[in-house]
Design a protein around this ligand. Structure first.
Ligand code: UT7
Length: 326
C-alpha cells in the first residue's frame, strides 16, 4: 500500500446554471435526448472573467480550510486540467499567483478526464518517497470556453468546476491499496482540440473553422471508455486482493451515465454503491472525481477505513483506476 491520507477536500462550482431547457434554445436538441442519452440535466458555466486557476484556487482554499492549514503550507501543488489558463506557464503557477503564495513545486498534469487520478498517483509517489510532505491535488476545468456552442454533439456534455484534495503521508491505515494507469496515444485524434498548439497554431483560419474547440468521435470514445474503465477497475480490485463487495463507494469519471453504468456492471459493483453528480454538473473532465469525492465526504458517505474505487477515462486516450482505503 502507498500510505497516504486525504485530510481535506473542497470544490468550486460556478453559480451560473445552464439547464437542458436553456440548451434547447441554443441548438437543435431536447431535454429528453440529453437526459436519455447522457444522464445530464444541467451544468455550471463560468463567467467570462473566470479561468481554470480561479476555480482551482477556491477549491484548494476550501480543502486547506478543512485540513486546518493554508495553501502556503503546501510544498507541492499539482493541477490536472485540459483547459489551462494559458499554454504556459502551468495553471498551477497561475494558481500560486492567485493565492499569493510561492516556493512550492507547482505543475500541471495533462491527462484529460483521467487527470485527477494521474495527479493523485504522482502525489502519492512523491509523498511515500518523502519528496513531498503536504500536497494539494486539484482537478479543474473551464470546458465552456473550449466548447463549440454550435455543435450539439459536444456542447450539451460539458460543464465547469474544480475539486481539490490536501494529501499527506499516511500512518499505514489509509492509502492507495492498488492502482493502474495507461494510455494509447494512437487514439489521440478521436478526442482533441486541434488548434492552439504547435501542430496548428491559432490563425484566422483555425478560428473560422472552430478548430480551437473540442473535436470528438463520441461513439468511439464511448466504446473505449466502457472497456478501459471496466478493465482498469477489475484489475485494481484484483491487485488490492479485494472483491467488489468490499467497495463502499464507486466513483467513476462522470461523462455519461450509460458509460458509468456499463463500467459499474463490468466491475461487479451494485448500483447503490455508485456515486453520481453527473446530472448536476455534466462532464467536468478532470474535476468530476474530486468534486464527487468532496460531496460524498460532506454527505458522510466516506468514513475512515472505507474502501473506494475510482476510475477514469479521457483524451489521449488515457485511463486509470485506484482502490483507496479512506
Ligand atoms: O470524458 C470523456 C469525453 N467524452 C465522453 O465520454 C463522451 C462519450 N460519448 C458519448 O457520451 C456519446 O457517444 C454521446 C452522448 C456523445 C452521443 O450519444 P450516442 O448515443 O452515441 O448518439 P450518436 O452520436 O450515435 O447520435 C445519435 C443521434 C444522431 O442523429 P442521427 O444520425 O441518428 O439522425 C445525432 O445527430 O443523435 C443525434 N444527436 C443529438 N440529438 C439531439 C447528437 N447529439 C444530439 C443532441 N441532441 N445534443
Amino acid at each position: 500500500m502507498k500510505s497516504i491520507k486525504v485530510i481535506g477536500t473542497g470544490r468550486a462550482l460556478p453559480e451560473k446554471v445552464l439547464t437542458n431547457f436553456d440548451l434547447e434554445k441554443m441548438v437543435d436538441t431536447s431535454d429528453q435526448w440529453i437526459v436519455e442519452r447522457t444522464g445530464i440535466r444541467e451544468r455550471r458555466i463560468a463567467d467570462e472573467n473566470t479561468a481554470t486557476s480561479d476555480l482551482a484556487a477556491v477549491a484548494l482554499e476550501r480543502a486547506c480550510d478543512k485540513a486546518g492549514m493554508k495553501p502556503a503550507d503546501l510544498d507541492t501543488i499539482i493541477v490536472a486540467t485540459s483547459t489551462p489558463d494559458t499554454v504556459y506557464p502551468a495553471t498551477a503557477c497561475w494558481l500560486q499567483r492567485r493565492l499569493g503564495i510561492a516556493g512550492s513545486a507547482a505543475f500541471d498534469i495533462s491527462a484529460g478526464c483521467s487527470g485527477f487520478l494521474f495527479a493523485l498517483e504522482v502525489a502519492a509517489n512523491l509523498l511515500v518517497t518523502g519528496t513531498a510532505k503536504k500536497a494539494g491535488v486539484i482537478g479543474a476545468e473551464v470546458m465552456s470556453k473550449v466548447v463549440n456552442w454550435q455543435d450539439r454533439a459536444t456542447c450539451v456534455l460539458f460543464g465547469d468546476g474544480a475539486g481539490a484534495a490536501v494529501v499527506v503521508p499516511g500512518n499505514g491505515s489509509s492509502g492507495i491499496l492498488a492502482s493502474n494507469w495507461g494510455c494509447d496515444g494512437n487514439l489521440a485524434p478521436l478526442l482533441y482540440q486541434p488548434a492552439g498548439g504547435t501542430r496548428m497554431p491559432t490563425s484566422e483560419k483555425t478560428l473560422r473553422e472552430m478548430a480551437h474547440t473540442v473535436h470528438m468521435e463520441g461513439n468511439q470514445v464511448f466504446k473505449h471508455a466502457v472497456r478501459a474503465m471496466g478493465n482498469s477497475s477489475v484489475k485494481a480490485l484484483q491487485d488490492a486482493g479485494l472483491a467488489a463487495a468490499d467497495v463502499k463507494l464507486f466513483i467513476p469519471h462522470q461523462a455519461n451515465i450509460r458509460i458509468m453504468e456499463e463500467a459499474r456492471v463490468r466491475a461487479g459493483i451494485p448500483p447503490e454503491k455508485m456515486y453520481v453528480v453527473l446530472h448536476k454538473y455534466g462532464n467536468m473532465s478532470a474535476a468530476t472525481i474530486p468534486v464527487a469525492i468532496d460531496e460524498a465526504v460532506e454527505e458522510g458517505k466516506l468514513q475512515d477505513g472505507d474502501i473506494i474505487l475510482l476510475t477514469a477515462f479521457g483524451t489521449g486516450f488515457t485511463w486509470a483506476a485506484a482502490v483507496l482505503r479512506w
